[in-house]
Design a protein around this ligand. Sequence first.
Ligand SMILES: Cc1cc2nc3c(=O)[nH]c(=O)nc-3n(C[C@H](O)[C@H](O)[C@H](O)COP(=O)(O)OP(=O)(O)OC[C@H]3O[C@@H](n4cnc5c(N)ncnc54)[C@H](O)[C@@H]3O)c2cc1C
Length: 199
Amino acid sequence: MSRVIVIGAGAAGLMAAVAASDMGHKVTVIEKNEKAGKKIFITGKGRCNLTNDCDTNDFFDHVARNPKFLYSSIYSFDHDMVKAFFGENGCPVKTERGERVFPVSDHAYDVTGALTSHLRKAHVGIQFNTKVQAILFDKPKQVRGVRLDDGRELPSDAVIVCTGGLSYKSTGSTGDGFVLPKLQDWMSPLHHRHLFLLK
Ligand SMILES: Cc1cc2nc3c(=O)[nH]c(=O)nc-3n(C[C@H](O)[C@H](O)[C@H](O)COP(=O)(O)OP(=O)(O)OC[C@H]3O[C@@H](n4cnc5c(N)ncnc54)[C@H](O)[C@@H]3O)c2cc1C
């Protein structure tokens, strides 16, 4: 069993924590907001269109660029598994026009509720109002934990960065993930240049 820290309690971080804890790891989620899934609350006009019921091959036909990138994730957790997961965790879903899937309740917060409820059952803690300032490395490519903005260091064997992008900043997506890793420790000058371009 490894100690895993997930940075960010958005859709990606909550799901990553579910997957890691289901694999038997000891998981802690660190979230700078006061609650989980702030962006999920505004998705689908407050209803969260959480997947699409179309055939998986049709789905790939609609991916504009590089659908192969998605093969492993979509084939290992397809739309039927998404629907089953949320149903089992207290958020039954329905399919509407265009095969769009929503919670039966029409409330996006039930999607967040299903994810946090699963984590609670798995004894995964979420530390709210806690911001990660840096990822710590022992040596290149060997992570040893994270440093919080109050100076505390939390040890871990793995860190999953799920800090979102750079849109709707009030939800917490302030682009921290682009600058979090201690780049000079493990990135080549080429990587540096790419990161600079991303910023
Ligand atoms: C208006 C709108 C409607 C949308 N509708 C849909 C829809 O219906 N269906 C759909 O599938 N997608 C929809 N999307 C897209 C979807 O919301 C995003 O793809 C998804 O929420 C991204 O999740 P995430 O976990 O990657 O990032 P975020 O949701 O941005 O989560 C990142 C989390 O990391 C935290 N964080 C960041 N930095 C730190 C740090 N240094 N320390 C600790 N925590 C940190 C943030 O506070 C945040 O909670 C919509 C997006 C918008 C803006």
